[in-house]
Design a protein around this ligand. Structure first.
Ligand SMILES: *[C@@H]1O[C@H](CO)[C@@H](O)[C@H](O)[C@H]1NC(C)=O
Ligand SMILES: [Ca+2]
Ligand SMILES: [Ca+2]
Length: 369
């Protein structure tokens, strides 16, 4: 806990927020911050150091190994069905692109400097991994997510039922709209009294970085690097803000599931969705990829740093180690006033064991799967 706070000081240099005692913060306490500098508090969802996972995981039990197809070779029939459950992939033809931006929306996030990156070709899921897809993975492998092991996950206050909200005494000091909710998991995304029955085609949520790695590995895929994700997000456009261009709502249309209204108090749902939307509800980008920005944040394989070399790089994979993993694209909770992170160059971070009601993933692979 101390370490997260120290890091929080370091990253945001914002003393007032740290001193803001749990529960005593006004919900608009971030108004004083530069626009979007702190955002939706998405980076603050760290698990308390005092909370230990139910099981210690040894190296050989890393989810990626344990649940890889190799390790599950003898598992049940139903391969064909399982295959059909997988997301369609699209070829992202390699090439050069300008990663990051010299005109950062949130400089503290390390969006800049803009730098030349060369990537090999790869295939990418056209959609975020859905509840249904994750369910098929779990039913074949018996996988248990980290949120289920910890027994809780972070849920946005605005989507909790009153009865669950009333039982919660803790909050994230810097972002009081995030509540650690017992029993929240991918199966119970809005808390223990919710379910995914009507949301099988929505992005899976409350998955940690390791959970995402385990799923992709099982599917013979992997998480994208940040560079791959950003290149894919840009959809062939150069130096634009969004996957579709520079205008947020071309011709008055919504191109992503974001937040309209007054964050965090009122979501007008003008784009049709207060929470997540079924994947592919908004137009695809030039590469045929859906929901690259908005809907659910997406984990990448890179460790987080805000320092980037301007040297040209080939297939960069980020720093060799770190504390947080990079996530990209923003979510249905992002509004310009708090979380101007639904841009391709934007980025944020979480500890790998974090999970929340706005964070999911998609996979990539070198070959067509
Ligand atoms: C799932 O939630 C819906 C309400 O969102 C409820 O009507 C339904 O009974 C729940 N299903 C289960 C299996 O709990
Ligand atoms: Ca929305
Ligand atoms: Ca997304």
């Amino acid at each position: 806990m101390l370490r997260s706070f120290a890091l929080f000081f370091f990253v945001f240099g914002c003393v007032s927020k740290v001193l803001c005692v749990q529960g005593s913060c006004g919900t608009r306490s971030e108004d004083a911050a530069p626009q979007g500098a702190v955002g939706c508090g998405c980076g603050q969802l760290r698990r308390d150091g005092a909370v230990e996972p139910v099981e210690d995981r040894t190296a050989s039990e890393e989810p990626a190994d344990k649940y890889s197809r190799g390790a599950n070779e003898r598992l049940p029939e139903g391969r064909a069905d399982e295959k059909e459950m997988q997301s369609q992939m699209v070829l992202i033809t390699g090439g050069e692109f300008l990663m990051g931006t010299d005109d950062p929306g949130i400089p503290a996030d390390g969006e800049g400097p803009q730098r030349l990156v060369l990537l090999d070709s790869f295939y990418m899921d056209i959609q975020e991994v859905t509840n249904q897809q994750f369910q098929s993975f779990v039913s074949v492998t018996g996988y248990v997510t980290e949120a289920e092991k910890f027994g809780d996950s972070f849920v946005f206050e605005g989507i909790l039922s009153e009865s669950v909200k009333n039982q919660i005494t803790q909050a994230v000091a810097a972002a009081p709209w995030w509540l650690p909710v017992k029993g929240a998991s991918w199966k119970h995304p809005d808390g223990p009294d919710s379910n995914i029955t009507d949301r099988l085609d929505h992005p899976v949520l409350h998955v940690s970085w390791a959970d995402a790695v385990a799923y992709c590995s099982w599917a013979n895929k992997r998480l994208p690097t940040e560079a791959e994700w950003e290149y894919a997000c840009r959809g062939g456009l150069k130096d634009r803000l969004y996957p579709w261009g520079n205008k947020l709502n071309p011709k008055g249309q919504h191109y992503a599931n974001l937040w309209q209204g007054d964050f965090p108090n009122h979501n007008s749902g003008e784009d049709g969705y207060i929470k997540t939307s079924p994947v592919m509800s908004f137009p695809a980008n030039g590469f045929g990829l859906y929901d690259m920005v908005g809907n659910a944040w997406e984990w990448t394989s890179d460790w987080w740093t805000v320092h980037h070399s301007t040297d040209q790089q080939h297939n960069p994979t980020g720093p060799p180690s770190g504390i947080d993993k990079v996530k990209k694209g923003g979510s249905y909770m992002c509004h310009k006033s708090y979380c101007y992170r639904y841009r391709c160059a934007a980025r944020s971070q979480n500890t790998p064991d974090s999970s929340a009601s706005n964070l999911g993933f998609r996979c990539v692979s070198r070959e067509q799967r």
